[in-house]
Design a protein around this ligand. Structure first.
Ligand code: F6P
Length: 324
């Protein structure tokens, strides 16, 4: 392998730049040419790329976002799009790819490899943490810290005004962000897609909180929660049923994806991407790298696409105890 391509795809996440840097530096170390494609698969299709040297990734380890930009390419879903991408890789002389992204990125990579036999290593980069084969995805830790900091601030107002806040967090259809930030921020209730506790239970819990002397509450709601209502409908429902509560809604939105990555995410990105390059040079292909029990591991793409989410329900129990 003489040339390795790298790209970031899907929703950006803090630490993607640290990942790009690690790929470029590892390539330089092992004397391999590194090509960075812009906007994920879209750049591969359009032949939009830059040659990356050790110096072209200077001072990016601390920056949020991705210098290579990111996109969810519709064109790559088509046979024609993938064919163009394969032709471009051939033309540029790219022998293998490191794909940094989430499950959509890996699904695309798997099909691409089946069709064109280009060695690919996936690196899990998403704030959602919804990838099997790794305990942590790049960006998740930073997003948790961002959410906890935001909820701490919201709690100030909740407390000053004796209010009940519903705080919606991201995660697509996984509850990792909600569950862990909820425990970290001391939320009274946490609603996640993996566990539908029902509306009655929510009302009961809020009443119990009030009876126990709490004048304000925070309910963290995962955007994919399956309780059957979006966060605004949920707030309306509670207002109708508990009229003496002063209810507000905050949707944290894309601020969760931005900001300087935590040390954990920078280190994770660095470890995973050096290994990704080394695996390609060792002739490995079509696996994703991950961190399991603090060991860098490789997992088949198929197994990396997590359906069950393996959420730690123990945290729900802890949250129940601690919100007494
Ligand atoms: O996958 C990351 C994520 O931020 C999800 O948590 C969220 O559902 C989605 O992306 C939002 O996507 P977009 O940036 O396209 O609005």
């Amino acid at each position: 392998i003489k040339t390795i391509g790298v790209m970031t795809s899907g929703g950006d996440s803090p630490g993607m730049n640290a990942a790009i840097r690690a790929v470029a530096r590892a390539c330089a170390y092992y004397d391999v040419r590194c090509i960075g494609f812009y906007r994920g698969y879209q750049g591969m299709i359009e032949g939009d790329y830059t040659v990356m040297t050790a110096r072209s990734v200077r001072n990016i380890i601390s920056r949020g976002g991705t210098i290579l930009k990111s996109a969810r390419s519709e064109a790559f879903r088509t046979k024609e799009g993938r064919q163009k991408a394969a032709e471009n890789l051939k033309k540029i002389g790219v022998d293998a790819m490191v794909l940094i992204g989430g499950d959509g990125t890996f699904k695309g990579g798997k099909i691409f490899n089946e069709e064109y036999n280009i060695p690919i290593i996936g690196v899990p980069g998403t704030i959602d943490n919804d990838i099997a084969g790794t305990n942590f995805t790049i960006g998740y830790d930073t997003a948790l810290n961002t959410v906890v900091e935001a909820i701490d601030k919201i709690r100030d107002t909740a407390s000053s005004h004796d209010r009940l806040f519903f705080v919606e967090v991201m995660g697509r259809d996984a509850g990792f962000i909600a569950l862990n930030s909820g425990v970290g921020a001391g939320a009274e209730e946490i609603l996640i897609p993996e566990e539908d506790l029902g509306l009655e239970r929510l009302l009961e819990s809020l009443k119990r909180s009030r009876r126990s002397g709490k004048s304000s509450s925070i309910v963290v709601v995962s955007e994919g929660d399956k309780i059957g209502k979006n966060v605004y409908e949920l707030a309306d429902y509670v207002t109708e049923n508990l009229p003496n509560y002063d209810v507000r809604v905050t949707v944290l939105g894309h601020m969760q994806r931005g900001g300087s990555p935590s040390c954990f995410d920078r280190t994770l990105a660095s470890r995973l991407c050096v290994r990704a390059v080394e695996l390609l040079l060792d002739g490995e292909k079509n696996v994703m790298v991950g961190l399991l029990n603090n060991e860098i591991t490789k997992t088949d793409f198929d197994k990396g696409l997590r359906e069950d989410h393996s959420i730690n329900k123990e945290l729900l129990r802890i949250s129940d105890i601690l919100s007494t």
